[in-house]
Ligand binder design. Structure first.
Ligand code: SF4
Length: 495
């Protein structure tokens, strides 16, 4: 497990990319797109390409730039490709779980990349007649379902649409193989939870967003083709223009026939709930989500935080990277000068392997170094995006005080993180979440800060344009899709 990435923050769990450009080799653009999504997953990377007859998959553990080189990219022939970068949960950081996954289907095959986490894996395992433990990820399970129906099997299930299926169903061969689009239309309505998929056979690329749209997925366009990506900077880097976000519950099919928009889900299940933490922490600052630039949303969080919880101080600083725009916003609204007080090691990567508390604290020192000229003898406001376990924040505060800060006032640009995420973000259990277990005063004492304030939920929602269409379950406990709060042995690993 990656100690540096486990610096006490929730971790996003995957980025997906797809490109369809008839007559143009696309492997290098798929590489560029994945590189732009590297922040969404740093444990493994993979690309599947098709030349119209054969699907080739190259995937491995590691960063995009270490998995691919000229040789591997030139082996990825064809004018259509999908790609994937991945984080994983404990114990699942293996080559087998790197994506895209590949499955045979009839005489051909398909490849699939998944961002999200399913919440009804037990029921789905029953539908394919498998016991928990046979498949090692949600993505494997969906691929198995698609492969099964593509081969001509049918999956039947009892229950009304929208129920969490609770009864194992049967699989039986009833006819001829069906195509991938039909397989998706049959399988997708069975899935519960968070999922943005890119799926490809030798003729088409399919993009899907779950009915709540927990994880982002956008569509871009070339004069001669199309792109799907988790975030808009991956469109920019390949020179595609942004068309729109895929709607919650929408399935897009890209092929020689153009673009087709399908609605596989029952209309009553469609309820936009995109993860509000995409704005707070996960997404790149230059991403456009819900029509809002993430950097501007973070600045507004900082401004509202200053209006809500200002303090007498000499300098404001944001914790790199996602705390910086919120820090600038805080400075602008409070009138306290902004100063760069923390220097980030730009070359920090997937290097440290031990997730123990000591290792997390060491990770802070490896990643950040205080600028003593900005800090010594000053009362400082430190703006960060969130506190999860608190271990790294505590180490950061200690480091600032050792650098000579007279006072450290911590301002957090989101409300207390009290509940685990079940929708594709790797978070600790509730027992490990600082705000779920200590009072405000106890947290101040634990962290060693002179004061602590969080952005209120109402102000966070205002900063992201209202928040009506956003999930905030890790802040409120209001889960849009029912989940088991206790650690669940049935939950497969995040993708
Ligand atoms: S629970 Fe939190 S991290 Fe998970 S999807 Fe909802 S807002 Fe995002």
């Amino acid at each position: 497990m990656n100690g540096l990435l486990r610096t006490g923050r929730p971790r996003d769990a995957c980025g997906v990319f797809g490109i369809y450009r008839p007559g143009t080799p696309v492997a290098r653009q798929a590489f560029d797109g994945l590189f732009a999504l590297q922040h969404r997953g740093q444990e493994s990377a993979g690309i599947a390409s098709s030349d119209g007859e054969t699907i080739t998959v190259v995937k491995d553990m590691g960063l995009v730039a270490s998995v691919f080189d000229d040789g591997t990219l030139s082996s990825l022939a064809g004018d259509m490709a999908i790609g994937h970068v991945r984080y994983s949960t404990t114990g699942s950081s293996t080559w087998h779980n790197a994506q895209p996954v590949y499955r045979s289907a009839g005489e051909a095959g398909f490849a699939m990349g998944h961002n999200g986490n399913l919440t009804n894996t037990e029921a789905l395992l029953g539908m394919v007649g498998l016991l928990p433990g046979i498949l090692s990820s949600d993505s494997d399970l969906v691929a198995e379902l698609l492969s099964s129906v593509s081969d001509g099997n049918r999956i039947s299930h009892r229950g009304t649409p929208g129920d969490i299926p609770t009864i194992a169903a049967t699989t039986q061969v009833v006819g001829e193989p069906i195509d991938l689009v039909s397989a998706c239309l049959e399988v997708l309505p069975l899935l519960e939870g968070a999922f943005s998929f890119v799926i490809m056979d030798t003729e088409r690329i399919i993009g899907v967003r779950d009915p709540n749209g927990f994880r982002p997925l956008c569509l871009g366009k070339f004069e001669d083709g199309w792109v799907l990506a988790s975030e808009t900077p991956a469109l920019d880097v390949v020179g595609a223009s942004f068309v729109r976000e895929i709607d919650p519950g929408e399935m897009i099919v890209i092929s020689s026939a153009g673009i087709q928009s399908l609605q596989p889900f029952s209309p009553h299940k469609i309820e936009p709930k995109m993860c509000i933490f995409e704005y707070v922490y996960f997404a790149r600052p230059d991403s456009i989500l819900g029509g809002i630039e993430v950097n501007e949303a973070r600045r507004r969080m900082g401004e509202r935080l200053a209006e809500q919880s200002s303090v007498e101080a000499d300098v404001v600083m944001g914790v790199p990277d996602s705390g910086v725009p919120a820090g600038e916003g805080f400075a602008r609204a409070s009138g306290i000068p902004y100063g760069q007080g923390l220097v980030k090691n730009r070359y920090i990567g997937r290097t440290f392997i031990n997730p123990s508390p000591n290792a997390r604290a060491d990770g802070v020192r490896r990643k950040l170094n205080p600028l003593k000229s900005t800090i010594a003898g000053k009362r400082i406001v430190v703006v960060d995006d969130s506190i999860v376990r608190g271990t790294t924040t505590k180490a950061l505060v200690k480091m600032l005080k050792e650098a000579g800060a007279l006072e450290v006032h911590l301002r957090i640009s989101s409300p207390p993180f009290e509940w685990p995420c079940f929708y594709g973000i790797d978070t600790p259990t509730r027992e490990e979440l600082l705000a779920a277990n200590l009072s405000h005063d106890e947290i101040e004492e634990f962290l060693g800060v002179d004061s602590l304030a969080y952005l209120s939920l109402s102000n966070l929602k205002l900063a992201v344009g209202g928040g009506q269409g956003n999930c905030d379950a890790c802040l409120t406990g209001n889960y849009p899709i029912p989940v088991k709060i206790e650690p669940s042995s049935s939950r497969l690993q995040a993708s």
